[in-house]
Design a protein around this ligand. Sequence first.
Ligand code: C2E
Ligand code: MG
Ligand code: MG
Ligand code: MG
Length: 287
Amino acid sequence: ASKGGGKMRCTWFMAEFDRNLEAIRKLDEELRSALRNNEFRVNYQPLVDAQTRKVVAVESLIRWARPDGKMVGPSIFIPVAEESGLIHAIGLFVLRQSCQDALDWNGIKLSVNISAAQLRDPEFPIQLGQILEDTGFAPELLELEITETCLVLDPIVAERSLDVIRGFGVNVVLDDFGTGYASIGFLRQFRFEKLKLDRSLIVGSADDEGSRAMMLSSISMAQALKMDVTAEGVETEAQADLVRAAGCDQIQGWLYFKAMPADQISQHLTPASVNSPTVSLPKKAAS
Ligand code: C2E
Ligand code: MG
Ligand code: MG
Ligand code: MG
């Protein structure tokens, strides 16, 4: 009976495997049509300065508005797009749309997520340069968020691309710090301008001593290496107080803002005259 059971299990597994492959193929087909039919939306989540609590940056986060009215989040479809190669086209769409949208946002920074596959593509820096030129977006305001996966897979190509990208004036940010394995070694090699502490490091920090110790030591390490630090996924005042006291530069999380469509961003921005002291508006002449 055990032999037969094994064979049955194997047949069951193969059937399950076929079903999964079929589901992935179907999703990939839908994503291709979504791109053709303009069903992807870019939302923006504001990041605030930890001290002043003013909005200093936004992160682009893609969503898929399906024809049936459902909004689908990136964790469902980005892995499939990475597998099939569609991520290249999707990623360029997000970059172009974001640079366009952020043109009128008073000089705050724009942060865009880049997949490992994109960074490994030797064409990518050229395409990025083209998008900056076409949109006229200031490269000094753009940050690319990458994860250590990019660097582990192909550190030589990654380093070469990052050099070109930095040559434009674009900053490079390490995303999801605290979830991977190799981050610490890479921190010195790649000299990121900024580190984003993953939500998992923040979640327990207000209640659990162990989590708090890890969060605090990550922040001091980033500071020792002269990197800016953003805390991601901050949901409570207690967490915000903690990361602020520890010296975090920016805070991102539902405590302050969720991601929102482009047309809702302006209302959360400080007027340009206050944000950039070098620009002074002429006083209204008394008439
Ligand atoms: P990420 O880059 O780490 O983005 C932060 C994620 O945390 C976002 O989820 C955001 O909505 C969520 N988040 C922010 N604050 C809070 C909070 O206080 N509590 C909780 N529970 N969550 C919070 P989202 O939009 O679902 O994106 C998930 C991931 O998908 C992103 O993680 C990023 O890795 C990927 N992604 C999103 N947009 C793009 C894109 O345009 N290109 C690529 N390659 N990946 C993207
Ligand atoms: Mg990110
Ligand atoms: Mg992140
Ligand atoms: Mg994350």
